[in-house]
Design a protein around this ligand. Structure first.
Ligand SMILES: Nc1nc2c(ncn2[C@@H]2O[C@H](COP(=O)(O)OP(=O)(O)OP(=O)(O)O)[C@@H](O)[C@H]2O)c(=O)[nH]1
Ligand SMILES: [Mg+2]
Length: 180
């Protein structure tokens, strides 16, 4: 307990941010998730043009969370943010089965990118509150997660509106960071 406590504070005071990119198609719920986590509430937001940056201290880790716009015209600029990335949170709209193949093609590009080769991958199957949603297992299948090689990944169902599942995802990240 004492060791955990002091290492927690040691990391906090070191003030080094763990860089996490929040990526995914437009309308997936990235910005809603960012503000649900950091502000604890649902903030109405317009489609993101550019990016939103928030620093967030959680369980001894100082996260630098960067939420980037997911519209088609903006996806080409994601790579500008890749340097020094520790983890990717890939947000999926679980009610958008029609664009799962497109989401998979974006994921395939991410995992091939050299600068992200050691990045942790947390997939959030968002909008689980909607009746017509795919389950996390179905989203996992649609994205082909089980065929990812040499990648530490996890998928969680969540709802940015209720907050359900978001902190389980953050806990997975913290656990993986502690093990590194
Ligand atoms: N029902 C439901 N709606 C959600 C959820 N999360 C986000 N939304 C809604 O989905 C819409 C898009 O959310 P954003 O957070 O702006 O999406 P984004 O991924 O940041 O989109 P871009 O900035 O364009 O890339 C908004 O109307 C949100 O209220 C959720 O968990 N459940
Ligand atoms: Mg946004």
């Amino acid at each position: 307990m004492g060791v955990t406590f002091s290492s927690m504070w040691g990391r906090l005071f070191a003030r080094k941010e763990t860089k996490v990119l929040i990526l995914g198609l437009d309308n997936a719920g990235k910005s809603t998730i960012l503000y649900r986590i950091t502000m604890g509430s649902v903030v109405a937001s317009a489609p993101t043009v550019g990016s939103n940056h928030e620093t967030y201290d959680y369980k001894g880790v100082r996260f630098g969370l960067i939420d980037i716009g997911g519209q088609t015209s903006l996806r080409g600029s994601w790579a500008q943010y890749f340097t020094g990335t520790t983890a990717i949170i890939l947000v999926i709209d679980s009610s958008d089965a029609g664009r799962m193949a497109l989401a998979k093609s974006e994921l395939d590009k991410l995992v091939k990118h050299e600068e992200l080769s050691s990045a942790l991958l947390l997939v959030l199957a968002n909008k689980q509150d909607l009746p017509n949603k795919l389950t996390p297992a179905q989203v996992s299948e649609g994205l082909g997660l089980t065929s990812l090689r040499e990648r530490e990944w996890q998928i969680m169902g969540c709802s940015a509106l209720s907050g359900e599942g978001l902190f389980e995802g953050m806990d997975w990240l913290v656990g993986k960071l502690e093990a590194r």
